[in-house]
Ligand binder design. Structure first.
Ligand SMILES: NC(=O)C1=CN([C@@H]2O[C@H](COP(=O)(O)OP(=O)(O)OC[C@H]3O[C@@H](n4cnc5c(N)ncnc54)[C@H](O)[C@@H]3O)[C@@H](O)[C@H]2O)C=CC1
Ligand SMILES: O=C(O)C(=O)Cc1ccc(O)cc1
Length: 315
């Protein structure tokens, strides 16, 4: 049974949850929150009128509007689900309308920059608990979301020093109820770890697919025709949302550049091993990396299925 601060399922964790940005992540939260009764009322806010209209059609929220300042009125939990580069302007637009005691959170893939952008716009008495669900896909928009996206995935909270403990626990309870494993760390540590585990891998995917497409000897049809195995996996990642990923790189610049520097050194060593026929070096590395993959699989991250339905029936 996921943690719900000891509340029964009939009692929502929050009264009025305002989600700003109803793309993949925001719409997944809306679906999960409704399915698991985490909010009495869900307010969907998106600046794009077509998205607001689609949210109404999908019936994944109780209210839908493009007016963020009006939409957050009376909310006890507001989650920014917009690209990280938009968090500051959204916080500025809603700041004056946030009720005292309201918890503001986000889902951004970068944390340090989001804290720096958002914090100055939050009035006294509003609690900020940044979050990052380490779960997603290459798809975007309100149709891409699904209620089980966060099940058995990590969600990292990066509360600033001196953050309200009760607010942190309520945000933890929200993500735990959606099936996430919650961990707390500093924003700076988060940005360093995610630079190597997520941001640089995406950059490599964008790069390799771009390079293959640019190669004059490899025509478009051959890239597609022979894209079995490794390259095909890269094309999935490289299909991820351009706005979101542009913002990630611009807002986690230092950590990404640091990790890219390390990566370049290691690639130079690999090139050298290939040039000089040092097969043992290649074999040793590939053996170590295979063990890492097998470790990930045996921890069940790739296989576990959510059981929201069974839980709901108390089984
Ligand atoms: N896509 C993924 O796999 C993951 C994304 N994230 C983070 O979640 C956030 C959202 O990403 P997605 O849901 O994938 O994006 P998305 O592109 O599917 O949705 C973003 C939504 O935000 C809206 N939006 C943009 N600027 C806005 C503004 N100023 N005011 C109101 N609405 C605005 C857009 O109209 C769009 O509907 C990003 O910060 C991203 O870093 C976190 C984990 C995984
Ligand atoms: O689609 C994939 O493989 C992802 O890696 C999804 C993803 C993208 C961004 C995040 O901050 C977290 C998860």
């Amino acid at each position: 049974m996921p943690e719900r601060l000891g509340l029964p399922r009939e009692t929502p964790l929050f009264e009025r949850v305002a989600l700003i940005g109803l793309g993949l992540i925001g719409s997944s939260i809306a679906r999960a929150a409704r399915h698991l009764n985490l909010a009495r009322t869900i307010v969907a806010i998106d600046r794009d009128e077509a998205t607001v209209a689609r949210v109404r059609e999908l019936k994944i929220a109780d209210e839908a509007t493009s007016d963020a300042a009006a939409g957050v009125k009376g909310a006890d939990f507001v989650i920014l689900c917009v690209p990280v580069g938009a968090c500051g302007s959204v916080a500025e637009a809603i700041g004056a309308n946030l009720a005292p005691g309201c918890i503001v959170s986000d889902v951004g893939s970068v944390k340090g920059s989001v804290v720096a952008q958002v914090q100055p716009h939050l009035p006294e008495g509003v609690h900020f608990v940044p979050a990052h669900p380490v779960a997603g896909t290459e798809h975007s928009g309100p149709d891409a979301g699904f209620s089980t996206l966060f099940f058995n995935r990590w969600c990292i909270l990066t509360p600033p020093e001196g953050a309200d403990e009760q607010a942190v626990e309520r945000v933890r309870a929200f993500w735990s109820a959606m099936g996430s494993n919650v961990e707390v760390m500093t924003a700076q540590h988060h940005d360093l770890v995610l630079a190597i585990t997520s941001h640089v891998p995406h950059l490599i995917a964008y790069n390799i697919v771009g390079t293959a497409a640019d190669l004059e000897t490899v025509t478009q049809s051959e890239v597609i025709k022979f894209s079995a195995g490794g390259f095909r996996d890269f094309t999935r990642i490289a299909a991820s949302d351009p706005t979101m990923w542009r913002d990630v790189f611009l807002h986690n610049k230092e950590a990404v550049l640091e990790m890219l520097g390390r990566l370049n050194e290691d690639i130079a060593l690999l090139a050298r091993a290939i040039r000089w026929g040092e097969g043992d070096k290649l074999f040793d590395l590939f053996t170590r990396t295979r063990a890492i993959r097998r470790g990930i699989i045996s921890e069940g991250q790739e296989t576990a299925e959510p059981d929201f339905g069974r839980r709901r029936q108390g089984q």
